[in-house]
Ligand binder design. Structure first.
Ligand code: GTP
Ligand code: ZN
Length: 363
């Protein structure tokens, strides 16, 4: 009967959904356990219940801590004691930089240091994977598994969760079907699903590329604003269309549409970043102020899909040397980098210049 119990990987999917809804989860390593909930969506009632359980702390990334001048004693993390009068508005303002300039948060901060912070770290990694702000309210609890079962909460082993998030997911091809397209009537769409309930990814195959030859390839990260509604803030839409057109003209190619919106932070956080950009921060600074790294994407997914489709080498359409390096690391040979420079506008010139200056994009 044990086979019916969900695995840690499967429970990861539940934990993600819980966190997105503002439901707490339990992380445990056997000896210690933590009840954790997202700072951006904790309700006043749930905050009160957490306070009744013990000393509540707020875990932030070192990136967010830097903006707030909070000392990050745990390397990539900072942990704050929650002041006794702090309510949900204070917690949100600490996690979310939206009003940093309007109402600067100055402390005084009471940083936690020492002790084991592995479970707090796993909670923040889960927040990132749920695409909520990477800021988690945590309170230590006794007997995590018993507590989770009594309160009908999702429980995860801390170390196993970290390992799963680090190793990435396993992809399975679900289906593929013929799809005549404007650029080529010989189109085919392949759908890939992950074992941990994270986003599905797509591969658009044009023609019948020879699996033994380098294939014209584009690794495209989802950009709802640029790909679908014609945003002028980035070059994604024109890049998508130009890549497909080139493949149509060439008679063969593969476009991987990876659902890693906003360089992996999700559309809601990308819009938070856009608000910060309107306050004068560039695309990299905005990510940092939100608590994220510049680029939270996992390019292993792209290489895995190419291998599953039988490709060993690619002519990669990109201006991002990091994508080339990641393909090579994953054993997909890049025989040529094909520049993809289209769609520069008045509104995205500064964005493209920042990517060149800070993220190593080739002009
Ligand atoms: N966080 C964040 N993401 C952004 C911003 N502007 C665009 N994006 C996202 O950036 C990603 C761009 O993807 P790509 O065009 O595949 O990647 P790239 O690194 O620019 O590399 P190439 O286009 O291949 O040269 C998409 O996921 C967009 O949603 C921004 O200001 N902030
Ligand atoms: Zn875009």
């Amino acid at each position: 009967m044990n086979a019916l119990f969900p695995t840690t990987t499967e429970r990861l999917a539940r934990a993600r959904a819980d966190l997105r809804m503002g439901v707490a989860i339990v992380l445990t390593d056997g000896d210690q356990s933590l009840l954790a909930i997202g700072a951006e969506n904790v309700s006043a009632d749930r905050l009160d219940e957490m306070r009744a359980l013990g000393d509540v702390s707020l875990t932030l990334t070192a990136r967010r801590a830097e903006t707030l001048k909070i000392r990050a004693y745990d390397g990539d993390l900072a942990r704050l004691r929650l002041p006794s009068d702090a309510g949900v508005a204070w917690i949100r303002a600490t996690a979310d930089p939206a009003d940093d300039l309007l109402h600067p948060m100055k402390g005084p901060w009471s940083e936690l240091r020492g002790g084991d912070c592995q479970l707090a770290r796993a909670s923040v990694q889960l927040a990132k994977s749920a695409q909520i702000l990477p800021a988690m309210l945590c309170v230590p609890i006794e007997d995590g598994r018993g507590f989770a079962s009594a309160h009908d909460l999702t429980v995860l082993d801390g170390a196993a969760t970290e390992l799963l998030l680090k190793n990435g997911h396993i992809l399975t091809q679900v289906v593929h079907a013929r799809l005549p397209m404007t650029v080529s009537e010989a189109g085919r769409l392949h759908i890939f699903r992950t074992d941990d309930g994270s986003s599905e990814h797509y591969a658009v195959e044009i023609g019948s590329p020879d699996r033994d030859q380098p294939v014209l390839t584009r690794l495209h990260s989802a950009c709802f604003t640029g790909d679908v509604i014609g945003s002028l803030k980035c070059d994604c839409g024109p890049q998508l269309n130009a890549a497909l057109a080139a493949m149509g003209k060439n008679g063969a190619g593969i476009l991987l549409y990876l659902n890693q919106e906003g360089r992996g932070i999700g559309l809601a956080n990308k819009m938070r970043a856009y608000s910060l950009q309107d306050q004068g921060f560039d695309t990299v600074e905005a990510n940092h102020r939100l608590g994220f790294e510049d680029d939270e994407r996992d390019f292993r997914t792209g290489a895995e899909i190419l291998k599953k489709l039988g490709f060993k080498s690619v002519q990669l359409m990109t201006n991002n040397p990091n994508k080339v390096a990641k393909m090579e690391d994953m054993g997909v040979k890049v025989t040529e980098r094909v520049p993809l420079k289209v769609g520069e506008t008045e509104q995205n010139r500064a964005y493209l210049a920042t990517k060149a200056k800070k993220s190593g994009h080739l002009l």
